[in-house]
Design a protein around this ligand. Structure first.
Ligand code: LLP
Length: 411
């Protein structure tokens, strides 16, 4: 059930009228429903029938420390892709043994930080990275746990920019190269192979792609076993798609049932790295109509606040915080940024006038995390609703914040 619903024609997040939030914290602003985040996490956590798997929430989709904290308290691990995300997860109280470090360009500094923190594993993305981690492990005189991220050579994902599992993509290691890496690791004094991992793309609606990936991972695990290596986990990454327009989408339960079926004779722990399917529908972005100009509804949120429509032509539903019975008109909803791509929605039917409060739906994933200061605009605040209460979990930036790191010549 959605926790963003109209009550007497006023839009509520849980039991809070979103107009109260806009009045207190202004617009644009991101509003999260705690209940939605928790229920989405639980729908993964409770779906395992066989052995309890490990859910490593993908920090890149929504990285606010308060959100990470609440997921950590529910038992979540974390999928990280940078030293910054490592620091965030640790700051939120994460158990390092539930942190998986992925990413194709891990630096010396980031690898050493992960080694020092004793994280669960590095997902190795290239032969060169394997040698780098081995060298840094030796320098720390530690045996470091690693998994190999393989590229399953699958064309999957919602948009060209978020496909990751094709042969030509920059991610993962091709199937025919895996065994030689596994061989090297199994003979290394400083690396220990404890898993296999993959991530085939994002916003995937077709569960068959996960089924094929599970078949690949099973086959690879069998081959690695033949080398005398026992694995601790099989990590199938994230990528489960969600509905952006009230259509049906597969659930975590559907996904996990398929994976468990394919891997029924394996004893390794299953790891998943969901982002969007936990955070996506947990937030709206509030924005006010500044002006009406012909067919344009000009709002105060720009592509710097939410880049998905401009970058991926993503479609987000938009509601008026006050429902009206009059006939909707068709608008092009645009923001203040000086670019013609700053369009939130094109030919969109909505009833709205100057001064109205609008809510852009399903922005919890890759929303605030991808915001920027373009046009020297302040990043918006984040507010967490819990029942009838709401708390600010990130302040709106100030103009002083925007200038803080700049050094004036001759100052
Ligand atoms: N694991 C790895 C290694 C990933 O690269 C990603 C996302 C995930 C897990 C989480 O995927 P999810 O469950 O959220 O689909 N900015 C784009 C999405 C980029 C996804 C990048 N990788 C968007 O707004 O659609």
């Amino acid at each position: 059930m959605s926790h963003f619903l109209y009550k007497n024609k006023n839009l509520f997040c849980e039991n809070v009228d979103v107009r109260d939030i806009a009045e207190k914290y202004g617009t644009p602003s991101y509003v999260y429903s705690k209940k939605t985040l928790e229920e989405n996490f639980e729908s993964y956590f409770n779906a395992f029938e066989k052995n309890q798997g490990l859910i490593c929430f993908s920090v890149k989709s929504l990285s606010n420390i308060s959100v990470l904290k609440l997921l950590n308290e529910k038992g979540s691990g974390f999928d990280i892709v940078s030293g910054g995300e490592l620091e965030r997860a640790i700051h939120a109280g994460a158990n390092p043994k539930k942190i998986i470090f992925t990413g194709i360009a891990k630096s010396n500094e980031e690898i050493t930080a992960g080694i020092k923190r004793n994280i669960l594993a590095f997902n190795i993305e290239s032969e060169a990275e394997m040698h780098r981690i081995e060298k840094l492990a030796a320098a720390e005189n530690k045996v470091v746990d690693v998994a190999i991220r393989f590229n399953p050579e699958i064309d999957s994902g919602g948009h060209e920019y978020i496909k990751t599992g094709r042969k030509k993509d920059k991610f993962g290691i091709l199937l025919d190269e895996i065994l030689s890496l596994a061989e090297h690791i199994s003979n290394s004094s400083f690396l220990k192979l404890i898993g296999l991992s993959c991530h085939i793309g994002s916003q995937i609606i077709n569960l068959n792609d996960f089924k094929t990936t599970a078949q690949y991972i099973k086959k690879l695990a069998q081959e690695v076993n033949k080398m005398g290596v026992d694995l601790e986990f099989l990590d199938l990454g994230g990528g489960l798609g969600i509905s952006y327009s009230n259509t049906d989408s597969p659930t975590p339960k559907d996904l996990i049932a398929i994976i468990e079926e394919e891997l029924s004779d394996r004893s390794e722990k299953i790891i998943l790295e969901p982002g969007r399917s936990i955070s996506g529908n947990a937030a709206i972005m509030l924005t006010s109509v500044e002006y009406i100009k012909g067919k344009y509804l000009i709002v105060d949120a720009g592509m710097n606040d939410l880049i998905r429509p401009a970058l991926y032509k993503a479609k987000h539903n938009i509601l008026n915080a006050k429902k009206s019975d009059s006939v909707s008109e068709e608008w092009t909803i645009v923001g203040p940024i000086c670019e013609s791509s700053d369009v939130l929605a094109k030919d969109f039917k909505i009833n709205a006038s100057e001064g109205d409060l609008l809510a852009v739906e399903t922005v919890g994933a890759y929303g605030h995390v991808m915001s920027s200061n373009y046009n020297t605009r302040r990043k918006p605040p984040e507010i967490l609703v819990e029942g009838s209460n709401f708390k600010i979990i990130r302040q709106r930036e100030t103009y002083k914040d925007l200038l803080r790191n700049e050094i004036e010549l001759n100052a």
